[in-house]
Design a protein around this ligand. Structure first.
Ligand code: PLP
Length: 386
């Protein structure tokens, strides 16, 4: 089974480009809203870093999600897309002064603070601007996730967050400051997580920390559990919408919530990965000594995940129904790592055939670069082809 594409509309178009199936994006957002509604105080922020295409952001904002930003540029993109300022959170281990000032200017909901030096700078800049900055502390929960080593973030060895042992003194420190207000705790253990046990482990850790803080008479208004829910890259057609029911139920069941507490989620990949495909043309079929290569006009500059994380993306030859054959699918960039897939089965390919590299809506277009002086790929939504 292949995905559905308006292939006849692709005929005259310059490739490569990203194609976003907005029907699927809408259905995904609907599923998120349906599931969160079942649980009191659940609130989802979209992690803008996964995909900041303005058209994609607009659908997400229209569905009522907030925005989780990790840079000043993302705050600007979120504001431009119409996200309300009080639904924007700002995380990141190295926030520049101008970025903090931008967050203060827009009176964003919360800064997720990752160190004491950062807290001091936020307090100072908020003071200079006569503002009170709401802050949450990102705590490193030392919880591993069963995912790629480059995308675990919640282990003690990672650069992210404040150590659990320092948590109380940091909160104490903040309470002495005039221009910050402590509003909660923040966590994020990694990405592409499919084992609900990992999220359960995070819940258990948060429960411990919450008890510990309550012993010191510290109450937590907001708990932000981060994102990280994964998608099925192997079967984008079988499982186009991630299992949000199981995901939110894991938190509802295992996190010991206090009355009136808000639980924030920061989902990126699970919202946008499956609705996006990178559309490329086959330039040449090259018969190597031992195998066939399909050489595309898209490369690692357009979609870097295979080269960067050895990520798997399903590839479909949407121009052909001819018998399957194995190909190494590669790009034109002058790097040996510019390979999308090795010995993958495709319908027999010819020059000019259109290939869809699936599940590319997250960490795809946004990570594109101009290496080799290549143009950045454009992004289109289904409505652009009506
Ligand atoms: C990247 C990131 C997310 C989103 O992760 P996904 O795996 O795309 O859901 C959420 N929160 C923080 C702090 C992040 O850095």
């Amino acid at each position: 089974m292949k995905g559905k594409f308006p292939i006849e509309r692709f005929a005259g178009m310059r490739t490569p480009f990203y194609y976003y199936d907005t029907e699927l994006l809408r259905a995904t957002l609907q599923a998120i809203n349906d599931e969160t509604r079942k649980h009191e105080g659940f609130c989802v922020h979209y992690a803008v870093k996964a995909n900041a295409n303005p058209k994609v952001l607009r659908y997400i904002r229209e569905a009522g999600l907030g925005a989780d930003c990790v840079s000043g540029g993302e705050i600007e993109a979120a504001i431009r897309a119409g996200f309300p300022h009080d639904k924007i959170v700002f995380a990141g281990v190295g926030k520049s002064d101008w970025e903090i000032e931008l967050g203060l200017k827009h009176d964003i909901f919360c800064f997720n603070v990752e160190s004491i030096p950062e807290l001091e700078v936020i307090n100072e800049l908020a003071g200079a601007n006569e503002k009170i900055a709401r802050v949450a502390f990102r705590i490193n929960p030392d919880v591993g996730a069963h995912t790629h080593a480059n995308i675990t973030t919640g282990l003690a060895e990672n650069k992210f967050g404040i150590a659990m042992n320092d948590m109380e003194s940091v909160i104490e420190h903040a309470s002495q400051m005039k221009n910050v207000k402590f509003v909660g705790l923040h966590f994020h253990i990694g990405s592409q997580i499919l084992d609900m046990g990992d999220f359960q482990a995070l819940c258990n850790r948060i429960n411990e920390l919450q008890n510990q803080l309550e012993n010191h008479h510290i109450t937590i208004e907001n708990i932000n559990v981060g994102g990280g829910l994964g998608v099925d890259y192997q079967h984008p057609n079988r499982m186009p919408i991630p299992d949000f029911k199981a995901y939110f139920e894991t938190y509802a069941k295992h996190l010991k919530r206090r009355p009136g507490q808000t639980i924030h989620f920061e989902l990126g990949r699970a919202v946008v990965a499956q609705c996006g495909s990178l559309i490329a043309r086959t330039l040449y079929i090259k018969e190597g000594a031992h195998k066939k290569f399909a050489i595309l006009d898209a490369g690692m500059t357009d979609l870097i995940r295979p080269a960067l994380y050895q990520a798997f993306h399903k590839i479909e030859n949407i121009s052909s129904e001819e018998p399957m054959q194995a190909y190494d699918v590669v790009g034109p960039i002058c790097e040996s790592s510019d390979v999308f897939a090795k010995q993958t089965d495709l319908n027999t390919a010819h020059r000019g055939d259109i290939m869809a590299i699936r599940s590319a809506g997250a960490y795809g277009e946004i990570m594109a670069s101009g290496y080799n002086c290549r143009q950045l790929p454009k992004g289109y939504v289904s409505e652009d082809f009506l």
